[in-house]
Design a protein around this ligand. Structure first.
Ligand code: DON
Length: 309
């Protein structure tokens, strides 16, 4: 077995030198300003060892990676009733697609496409003011990462609020089917803000440790979710976490993963490690181009693919 620190250092060097860096997400103007030369990686194994490389301490916009944590929170509140509002099947469509909603009565295919995440956010919001719901999501992230310094980038949230016409369309369309309970503006506001949470690779890898440890918090051993729920969240990440790039990600990396248009990818090697990578340039599916390549190198060298005998 290769030593984790050496593997991470080698990947960081290899990725830094590559010229194929992908394209930043320009539909959120604030994200279009991010420098594509950045690259960070953090790996936290279940023994508590941490290996980092590159810009591993630089906070970036976690965007859709937040959907893993809102799903976890909503499952804690509503249990399996959540699945009346959202499905568990890969969509085979882009993250912001509207086409399936009409045929499927406003029920989104899965909790990771934008429509599904809006439905999950709406559930968390019910019975609360938007500010309270957002506070709950942020505190959950801080608790999981054991780091109270995690914040929301208000400039990113405002930027998406100004230009998020597609999400507004999705939310209004679902509202017309009765799939959202709260005022559309409230649900959108909470959604844009949780997508705008800023975290570093190290913070993100820490926050997701429970998914590598049968649901247990790494520091306290406390149960964040049951082992069964941790397995199921990982299953959804594997099948739906990269939208219409999920098959390719499973084929190349072989781990449950969740991408964000900020260029982050969170990946879980169950029983082994949680991993966060960040490279802002995206591929045509809106997933980090070099982030995926870095994870492919890591799983290959560490033998961490879940499909390995
Ligand atoms: O709703 C959006 O479009 C963004 N806030 C999040 C999308 C996203 O991160 C897709 N992931 N690759």
């Amino acid at each position: 077995m290769f030593k984790l620190d050496d593997v991470v250092a080698e990947i960081t060097d290899a990725v830094k030198q590559r010229s194929d860096r992908g394209e930043v997400a320009s539909y959120i103007p604030e994200l279009a300003r991010v420098d594509t030369s950045a690259f960070g990686i953090a790996v936290v194994d279940v023994a508590g060892n941490v290996a980092v490389g590159g810009d591993s301490e630089t906070p970036f916009s976690i965007q859709s990676i937040s959907k893993v944590f809102t799903l976890t929170l909503a499952l804690g509140k509503f249990g399996d009733r959540l699945w009346r509002r959202v499905g568990r099947e890969p969509s085979g469509s882009p993250f912001n697609s509207i086409v399936q909603l009409e045929r499927e009565q406003g029920i989104p295919r899965n909790p990771f496409i934008n429509a599904g995440a809006l439905a999950v956010t709406d559930l968390i919001l019910s019975g609360h003011q938007p500010r309270e719901a957002l506070g709950e999501i942020l505190r959950f992230m801080q608790f999981l990462a054991d780091d109270s310094s995690i914040t929301i980038d208000q400039a990113v949230a405002a930027s998406e609020h100004r230009t998020g016409f597609r999400n507004a369309a999705l939310a209004n369309y679902m509202k017309s089917f009765g799939v959202l309970d709260n005022p559309v503006d409230f649900t959108l506001g909470v959604y844009f803000h949780h997508c705008a949470i800023s975290m570093s690779c190290r913070q993100l890898a820490m926050a997701a440790q429970f998914l590598a440890r049968d649901g247990k918090h790494p520091l306290t051993g406390m149960s964040v979710v049951t082992p069964e729920r941790a397995r199921r969240i990982n299953a959804l990440m594997l099948t739906c976490g990269h939208y219409d790039g999920s098959g390719e990600f499973a084929y190349r990396v072989g781990l449950p993963g969740k991408s964000g248009v900020g260029g982050g990818i969170l990946a879980i090697a169950p029983g082994k490690a949680s991993i966060a990578v960040w490279s802002p340039g995206l591929d045509t599916n809106g997933n980090s181009h070099l982030g995926r390549i870095a994870l492919e190198m890591l799983t290959k060298q560490m033998g961490w693919s879940i499909f390995r005998a």
